[in-house]
Design a protein around this ligand. Structure first.
Ligand code: 13P
Length: 261
């Protein structure tokens, strides 16, 4: 499967970390460390409160930015929620939907995740649709069955012709924040499986154009091996995206893999 048909994306998911006042120093440091690369898109997914400051601090468009969640509603009496239109108005590019932490703590199910993905698409942004199995599912050899189900459920909300705008992130729950990483081959097998599901539903041209990221304890040490795999088109990075040095090193791993350096 040829990677030239799709984007490589290194996205940092800050989760609920760092303060708004820390955004500009972070952005300044990251911009200074960022390797020159044409082969990789870099994005930061930050808390809603940080987006405006990040937007101002990034100055040019070498780094994209976005949010970690979105409302399924357009507007109105939904206290505490943030709409896709609000994010699009800030020129956000990506929004993660269905992160396992949102599925676990906010009760987001596949129906809600699909609605959120569609809301993001309709405002011209790209949803990063997160899927991933629990340790118990993995131990019972149910990984691919469960992931296929999640991908199919999300795809059913994506209008034909809009698939190229979506990104899928495979994040095994047992690997998130634990320091345990799927081996490159394990991650590759699932990402390849996800691409097969897309191929079966939407055809080979669509399948080869959708970027599939791996997330779960990716760090400067293991990034290169993971990113070398044919169906892994980038990373969704939690802990290691909070340190500009580590995050920049992961971006450099892409340039090593593609031979830019
Ligand atoms: P860690 O990189 O901290 O394991 O987090 C992964 C993740 O959940 C990114 O969305």
């Amino acid at each position: 499967m040829n990677k030239k048909y799709r984007k490589t994306i290194i996205a940092g998911n800050w989760k609920m970390n760092l303060l708004p006042s820390e955004v500009k120093p972070f952005a300044d440091e990251l911009r200074a460390l960022l390797p020159k690369t044409k082969s990789c898109e870099v994005a930061l997914l930050v808390p809603f409160t940080h987006i405006s400051t990040l937007r101002r601090s990034l100055k040019d468009n070498r780094i994209s930015y976005g949010a970690q969640d979105v409302s399924v509603h357009d507007k109105g009496a939904f206290t505490g929620e943030v709409s896709a239109e609000m994010l699009a108005d800030l020129n956000a590019h990506y929004v993660t939907v269905g992160h396992s932490e949102c599925r676990q703590y906010h009760g987001d199910n596949d129906f809600i995740v699909g609605q959120k993905a569609l809301a993001v698409l309709e405002k011209g942004m790209s949803p990063i649709i997160c899927v991933g199995e629990s340790l118990e599912q993995r131990d019972r050899s149910l990984t691919m069955e469960y992931i296929s189900y999640q991908v199919l459920a999300a795809l059913s909300f994506i209008p034909e012709g809009k698939e190229r705008q979506i990104v899928i992130a495979y994040e095994p729950i047992w690997a998130i924040g634990t320091g345990k990483t799927a081996t490159p081959q394990e991650a590759q097998d699932v990402c390849e499986g996800i691409r097969s599901v897309i191929r079966e539903k939407r055809g080979a041209r669509v399948a080869r154009s959708v970027s599939i990221l791996y997330g779960g304890s990716m760090n400067p040490k293991n990034a290169k091996e993971l990113l070398s795999m044919p169906d892994i088109d980038g990373g969704l990075i939690g802990g290691a995206s909070l340190k500009p040095q580590d995050f920049a090193q992961i971006i450099s791993a892409v340039t090593e893999v593609t031979g830019e350096e």
